[in-house]
Design a protein. Structure first.
Length: 133
């Protein structure tokens, strides 16, 4: 979210408020045509504000998701232990299957690796790494 996007929303709301104030002060029937023009401007200003606020809401939602993913990644790193060339998740003194060190080190993704039945090496289906274990 940028300052510019917030400024657009605030500007549109300010414009809508000024037009609404204009309506409050109309007392002459000759100003009906002008009132209709101002009503159209008010609708436009409110539509602009609504769009700007929706965009800000989307950006905030994206940021919340990013924060959540980073928090989960940070939390996951507390449970990981590097041993014998792999990351292992330790929960209640138990080791889970190994996780790919390439995926964790480069993208902070916890990806399980699988032992190849013939070669005896481990394979990551995400990054394609073949790892000796």
């Amino acid at each position: 979210m940028t300052i510019g996007e917030i400024a657009v929303a605030v500007s549109a709301l300010k414009s809508a408020t000024e037009i609404a104030s204009y309506f409050k002060n109309i007392d002459n029937r000759l100003e009906v045509a002008e009132m209709r023009l101002k009503a159209a401007e008010l609708i436009d200003a409110l539509a602009d504000a609504k769009i700007a606020i929706a965009e800000i809401k989307d950006l905030l939602t994206e940021k919340d998701e990013e924060i959540k993913a980073l928090s989960e990644s940070l939390s996951a790193s507390d449970d990981l232990q590097f041993e014998r060339g792999f990351y292992w998740k330790i929960t209640e003194d138990k080791k889970d299957r190994p996780f790919c060190p390439n995926c964790w080190d480069s993208n902070k993704k916890i990806i399980r690796i699988h032992k190849h039945p013939i070669g005896g090496f481990y394979h990551c289906s995400t990054c394609g790494a073949n790892l000796n274990g």
